[in-house]
Write a protein that binds this ligand. Structure first.
Ligand SMILES: Nc1ncnc2c1ncn2[C@@H]1O[C@H](COP(=O)(O)OP(=O)(O)OP(=O)(O)O)[C@@H](O)[C@H]1O
Length: 306
C-alpha cells in the first residue's frame, strides 16, 4: 500500500462560467504527494486555489480532471472509503444553532455511519474542552467554542487524515494555542494533518513539509527546513556609534532601519559577514552591537509568489 496519505495527479479544476462571471481555472494541474504521519502546510496567497483543493479532497467540489487518491483509495473508484479517511474542519462556522455540542457530534457520527457503540462523543468533548458544554445550545457558545466544536465534528469518524482550513483565522492566542496542542497530540497519535494558514510563522513552527501554490499551480514543495535554506539572502544588522561613508563589497545593499541600526543584505554563498565588518572597520565605524537575521518563511513565500 502507498505510504502517502494523499496522492494527486494532474488535478485540475475550472469553475464553469455563469451569466455574471467568466469560467475560472482554480487548479491547473497539481501533482502532489502528502506523506502519512506528517503535518503538511498548504500555503498560497488569496485566491491561489487552496480551498478548492481542500474541497475536492473533502468531496465537496467536483474536480475537472486528474486523479485523487486518499489513503490508498481512488476517489472515483472508492468514493465512500476515500471520504471516510478524511475529516475536514471548515473555515466557516456552519453550526446548527439549535443543536447542543453533544447532539451535534452524535449526529455527525450518524452521518458517517459510526455505530452507536463505537461513537466517541465524550472523548471528543473532552479533547476539545467542551465537556461542560455538552448540553448547551450551539448559539450560546462563544466563537472559540464553536470553532473547537467544528474540530470535534471533523474527528467523529476517526479519520486517518485531518484537514484544517484556516483554523486560526481571527482566533485569540489562547484558543490558537489550544488548537495547536490538539493538533500536535492527534499527530503524535498517528494522524496525518493538512492545514492552510495565512500565518506563516505558524506554518514554519508547525509543519514538517510545505507546499506553496500560486495561481492554481504548485510552486514549491519541500521540508520546511529545506525551503528556508534555499533562500540565499541574509542580513547583518549593526548598531553603530556614528555614520560614515562605507565602501562595501559588491553585492551588499545597505539600508537604515527605523531604530537607527544599519542593515546589510548579502548573498551568503558569495560574501561572508566578516567582509562587511572589515569594510565597516576600514571606514572607521565604531560597532556597538551586531546580529544576523536568517530568512524566514515569509521571505520564501514572497520570493515564490512575487
Ligand atoms: N464556486 C466558485 N465559482 C467560481 N469561481 C470560484 C469558486 N470558488 C473559488 N473560485 C475562484 O477560484 C480561485 C481559487 O479560489 P480558492 O477559494 O480555491 O482560493 P484560496 O487559495 O482558498 O483563497 P483564500 O486564501 O482567499 O481562501 C479564485 O480565483 C476564486 O475566485
Amino acid at each position: 500500500m502507498s505510504q502517502n496519505a494523499i496522492e494527486l495527479r494532474g488535478l485540475k479544476k475550472t469553475y464553469a462560467a455563469t451569466k455574471k462571471t467568466e469560467a475560472k481555472t482554480a487548479l491547473s494541474g497539481i501533482d502532489l504527494d502528502i506523506p502519512r504521519g506528517s503535518i503538511f502546510g498548504l500555503l498560497g496567497p488569496n485566491g491561489a486555489g487552496k480551498s478548492t483543493l481542500i474541497n475536492i479532497l473533502a468531496g465537496l467540489v467536483k474536480k475537472s480532471a486528474g486523479s485523487v487518491n486518499i489513503w490508498g483509495f481512488d476517489q472515483d473508484e472508492n468514493p465512500r472509503q476515500s471520504r471516510a479517511a478524511i475529516g475536514v474542519m471548515p473555515q466557516e462556522l456552519n453550526l446548527d444553532p439549535f443543536f447542543t455540542p453533544g447532539a451535534s457530534l452524535d449526529m455527525q457520527a450518524g452521518l458517517y455511519g459510526v455505530p452507536k457503540a463505537l461513537r466517541k462523543t465524550d472523548e471528543i468533548l473532552r479533547l476539545i474542552g467542551l465537556e461542560d458544554k455538552a448540553n448547551a445550545y450551539a448559539r450560546s457558545l462563544s466563537g472559540g467554542m464553536r470553532r473547537r466544536l467544528l474540530l470535534g465534528k471533523a474527528l467523529v469518524h476517526s479519520p486517518q487524515i485531518l484537514v484544517l482550513d484556516e483554523p486560526t483565522a481571527g482566533v485569540d492566542i489562547g484558543l490558537r494555542q489550544m488548537l495547536w496542542d490538539n493538533v500536535r497530540q492527534l499527530n503524535a497519535d498517528g494522524m496525518t494533518v493538512i492545514l492552510t494558514t495565512h500565518y506563516l510563522e505558524e506554518a514554519q513552527e508547525m509543519c514538517d513539509q510545505i507546499a506553496i501554490i500560486h495561481e492554481g499551480a504548485l510552486r514549491a514543495l519541500d521540508t520546511t527546513a529545506n525551503l528556508l535554506s534555499k533562500l540565499d539572502t541574509k542580513t547583518l544588522v549593526v548598531e553603530t556609534e556614528s555614520a560614515a561613508e562605507i565602501s562595501l563589497p559588491a553585492g551588499v545593499t545597505q539600508s537604515q532601519r527605523a531604530d537607527g541600526t544599519l542593515a546589510f543584505t548579502y548573498s551568503r554563498s558569495a560574501i561572508s559577514p566578516g567582509e562587511i565588518l572589515d569594510a565597516l572597520r576600514l571606514a572607521g565605524v565604531k560597532i556597538l552591537d551586531i546580529q544576523t537575521e536568517q530568512p524566514d518563511l515569509q521571505d520564501v513565500f514572497l520570493d515564490i509568489t512575487k
